[in-house]
Design a binder for this molecule. Structure first.
Ligand code: BF8
Ligand code: SF4
Length: 699
């Protein structure tokens, strides 16, 4: 491991490790324009709020417990530091659960409209997944029409939000041991909305005043996300838009085109953006773009909407959270379409300094200065065309442009289904090869590197450091959300990266035919990681539950409440989770201890905050190796495995990408072609009206 300390590798001036971001920040300075990066220099975080020592729950306060012996002080009502910090943390969990789950609810509403024939442009794309989900939800399928099944699936999914009795059905997808543990502790979530409401109630002034009990309710609430709202969201998105299987594309601001109409989608929901994919490929609209003097229509994404359409249609990603303002700063974005979550209000005034039209689409999310074109699933194709036409009309208004010439190739779109398939074919799919490799020590363990960007740390640095070190040390990595985009920008999602993997990991990945860093999707798709971990745990040889696995979850650059909700549901599911940046409960030794030792004892997982990258990495390996030792697995020994050379499989991917790079012009038509053999029943939409389905024989 690197000998440098964190201070050495992070000079104060380093805002990002991404050269495209640095170029655009210099450009912003040159234009005298503020960004989140520059605003962070003048807006220091409030140390009292940052550490969880501020309570503003009632108007006798805000009460701030500071100074010497702060932990012995109380607020006016007598609330101590443990209560204040835990209450705030639990409310963050509830906020995050609400965001993912309300997104999940919207997906269920769309499925319902599709089933009733009221949503033109959409259909059930993955019937196979519909049947699997129907089975989970207890919806009969035999002899029934697709839309009949879909209607019942949507309705049962919607009951999960407000059912008056029972437990959230998807909790049954956890290991039997985990389900029993949750029941014994009384933290099996009952209904998604109910858990959120209950946390808000408990943390109202004068209700739950016991830190341990408050944090326990946060655990239950978080499970309503991971095994509820987010998991439903992932599943229903797969039903409507297809279960992802790997495809190639590109990432970073260089995917914007100087001679095309650029439309950026930003936010989280795939519904409108899927229609924008179609509209951007519509020959009639392309002709209109050409008539307006452009060479075509180029769609690109930011944040999780980007991940949703990247992994299903191969639409390139322009960047992650901190790239949203930088994209507008290129001057090359005709329209930026946003839906919900992680959208900075700063985009409103920023867009007004350029020709860029900012378009809000959700009735839940308006921004001053934006044009509101409300999305309604009953008329989505028209809305998408209207937005694309707005972009075409705006092309003539472009001023000077500055597109940084950085774009990396990437392979994205791994689903649990695809991983199963790669390890034994459609009918014999399993996780046996991976489990065997972990048992033998070729693969040391598993790491999930997920979550946001945060201006308080160098953009992408922590994420990329962790990915880089893990694969070199034979730890297989899965990535989602903005961390996936960060990894991709740094080249870690390109097939070339196999050369950077340790010898054991490399050998196994070649044998299975998957890369060492797997892009599993958006942030709601962290639920895919729960499914993968559960299957690894139940496959045999690695214990019986997630808390037995040599696995760790990291969120180095967390920023929002959703990240807190995700970290908490992984902990509640038995995973060791480490976050960077800073701890929202730092001020309370009681809350800190409860979330580490306390939760570990209770649920086998925990949540730690370690801002230093070296310490974060060292702790990750320590946790992985401790689990290996507890399972009595052989100690990890990298010297056992030699270089194995590239498999033909990876050579093929490389050739494919090289051919693609050779094409001078890369429009949306040329990205998004599948590079891996596709699992039976899964298909990619190439935008040419043909859907290619490959059967097992081709694999
Ligand atoms: O839901 S990783 S900054 S975009 S919250 Fe937001 Fe964080 Fe990005 Fe995706 Ni997830
Ligand atoms: Fe202060 Fe108690 Fe009111 Fe919080 S709830 S602001 S600690 S008086």
């Amino acid at each position: 491991m690197d000998e440098k300390t964190n201070d050495d590798v992070k000079p104060v001036a380093a805002k990002s490790i991404d050269p495209a971001a640095l170029e655009m920040l210099a450009h912003a300075d040159g234009c005298g324009i503020d960004t989140a990066f520059s605003r962070a220099d003048t807006m220091k975080p409030c140390p009292i709020g940052e550490s969880g020592a501020c309570c503003r729950i009632c108007s006798m306060g805000p009460c701030r417990l500071v100074g010497k012996n702060a932990e012995e002080k109380t607020g006016i009502c007598g609330a101590d530091m443990g209560t204040i910090a835990s209450r705030h943390f639990a409310r963050q969990v509830a906020g995050g659960v609400s965001a993912h789950s309300d997104h999940g609810r919207d997906m269920a509403m769309t499925l319902r409209a599709v089933a009733l024939g009221e949503a033109a442009g959409y259909k059930v794309k993955d019937e196979q997944k519909l049947h699997v989900v129907a089975e989970y939800l207890g919806v009969p399928t035999t002899g029934r029409e697709v839309n009949e099944i879909a209607l019942d699936v949507a309705d049962v999914a919607l009951t999960q939000f407000g059912q008056p009795h029972g437990e959230i059905i998807y909790t049954k997808r956890a290991t039997p041991k985990r389900q029993a543990k949750w029941r014994e502790l009384g933290i099996t979530p009952r209904a998604i909305d109910r858990e959120v409401v209950e946390v808000l109630h408990r943390t109202h002034e004068g209700v739950d005043l016991d830190a341990e009990n408050i944090l326990k309710s946060a655990l239950r609430c978080s499970l309503a996300d991971g095994w509820g709202g987010a998991m439903l969201s992932t599943d229903i998105s797969d039903i409507l838009f297809g279960t992802p299987s790997p495809l190639s594309s590109e990432v970073n601001l260089g995917v914007l085109k100087d001679d095309q109409v650029n439309v950026i989608v930003h936010g989280h929901e795939p519904t409108l953006s899927a229609m924008l994919v179609e509209a951007s490929r519509d020959p009639e609209l392309i002709a209109e773009a050409k008539a307006a003097g452009a060479e075509g229509i180029n769609l690109a994404g930011i944040c999780c909407t980007s991940n949703e359409i990247l992994m299903r249609y191969g639409i390139p990603a322009a960047g992650n959270f901190l790239h949203q303002e930088l994209a507008v700063l290129t001057g090359a974005v005709e329209v930026m379409v946003v839906d919900v979550q992680c959208i900075m209000q700063a985009l409103g005034p920023l867009a007004q300094r350029f020709h860029t039209k900012l378009v809000t689409t959700s009735p839940k999310a308006k921004i001053p200065g934006a044009t509101h074109v409300e999305f309604d699933e009953h008329r989505a194709p028209e809305t998408a065309r209207e937005i694309v036409r707005m972009a075409i009309a705006n092309y003539a208004n472009r001023g000077p442009i500055h597109i940084p010439d950085f774009h990396e190739p990437l392979v994205a779109g791994f689903s649990h289904e695809y991983l199963n398939y790669m390890q034994g074919g459609f009918h014999r799919g399993s996780f046996r090869p991976l489990n065997d490799a972990i048992i033998a020590g070729r693969v040391r363990g598993l790491a999930g590197v997920v979550g946001c960007n945060n201006v308080r740390v160098t953009q992408d640095e922590g994420i990329v450091e962790m990915i880089k070190r893990f694969i070199a040390d034979d730890v297989m990595v899965v990535v989602t959300g903005c961390a996936a985009t960060a990894g991709a920008k740094a080249g870690y999602l390109s097939p070339e990266i196999l050369d950077h993997a340790g010898p054991g990991l490399r050998e196994v990945m070649e044998a299975i035919g998957i890369p060492p860093v797997l892009h599993l999707g958006s942030c709601v798709d962290n639920s895919r990681i729960l499914t993968v971990l559960t299957q690894v745990a139940t496959e045999g040889g690695l214990g019986e539950d997630i808390d037995d696995l040599p696995a760790v979850g990291l969120c180095p650059e967390w920023m929002c409440e959703k990240a807190i909700a995700i970290g908490t549901y992984f902990a509640a599911s038995g995973a060791h989770v480490i976050f960077g940046v800073s701890s929202p409960v730092e001020a309370s030794s009681v809350a800190t201890r409860l979330m580490t030792e306390g939760w570990e004892e209770m649920v086998g997982g925990d949540l730690e905050f370690i801002p230093d990258w070296d310490a974060m990495y060292a702790r990750s390996l320590e946790l992985i190796d401790a689990k290996r030792a507890a399972l009595k697995l052989p100690q990890y020994d990298p010297s056992q495995y030699g270089d194995s050379g590239d498999s033909t499989f990876f050579a093929e991917i490389k050739k494919y990408l090289a051919d693609q790079a050779a094409e001078a012009e890369r429009g949306v038509e040329t990205v998004g072609s599948p590079v891996y053999p596709l699992a039976e029943g899964h298909s990619h939409d190439h935008g040419d009206g043909h859907t290619h389905t490959h059967d097992e024989g081709e694999a």
